[in-house]
Design a protein around this ligand. Structure first.
Ligand code: THU
Length: 138
């Protein structure tokens, strides 16, 4: 993909991160998910006082998109760091989010990370090799 596409997704993820509800961890995550048709759905992490209902920013983006009828995706940008501060470290998706990505995406789906200076692009296949998917049940 063109570098401008990556940069736009990172900007949208940074902007979405500002909507994070994270009073327990104070760790704010933003995500911007690009569909095959070029639409972008954003998300941010939403926490709960009983902790386990917490949903990551990536899954908020995915579930919003799927709820809007989308099932074909190209890439996602993910940014995270201490709430109220600029992003300074890469924030890779957790295992549960990787599994959700594997539900809808192929191994060439791109995950774009940003540490405030540099962008890094990793494929889903590299982040979740030998995954369990619907094809295992065929
Ligand atoms: N979190 C995400 O939103 N995405 C990730 O990939 C890693 C973790 C959130 C969950 C929780 O609200 C906070 O970061 C600390 O774990």
């Amino acid at each position: 993909m063109e570098n401008t596409v990556y940069k736009d997704l990172i900007q949208k993820a940074l902007c979405s991160r500002e909507q994070s509800y994270c009073p327990y961890s104070s760790f704010a995550v933003g995500a911007a998910l690009l569909t095959e048709e070029g639409k972008v759905y954003t998300g941010a992490n939403i926490e709960s006082a009983s902790f386990s209902p917490t949903v990551c920013g990536e899954r908020v983006a995915f579930f919003t998109a799927v709820h809007n009828g989308e099932t074909r995706f190209k890439a996602i940008a993910v940014v995270g760091g201490k709430q109220g501060e600029a992003v300074t470290e890469f924030c890779a998706p957790c295992g549960v989010c990787r599994q959700v990505m594997a539900e809808f995406c192929t191994n060439d789906f791109e995950i774009i990370l940003f540490d405030g200076k540099t962008q890094k692009v990793i494929t889903l296949g590299a982040l979740l090799p030998a995954s369990f998917t619907k094809t295992n049940m065929d």
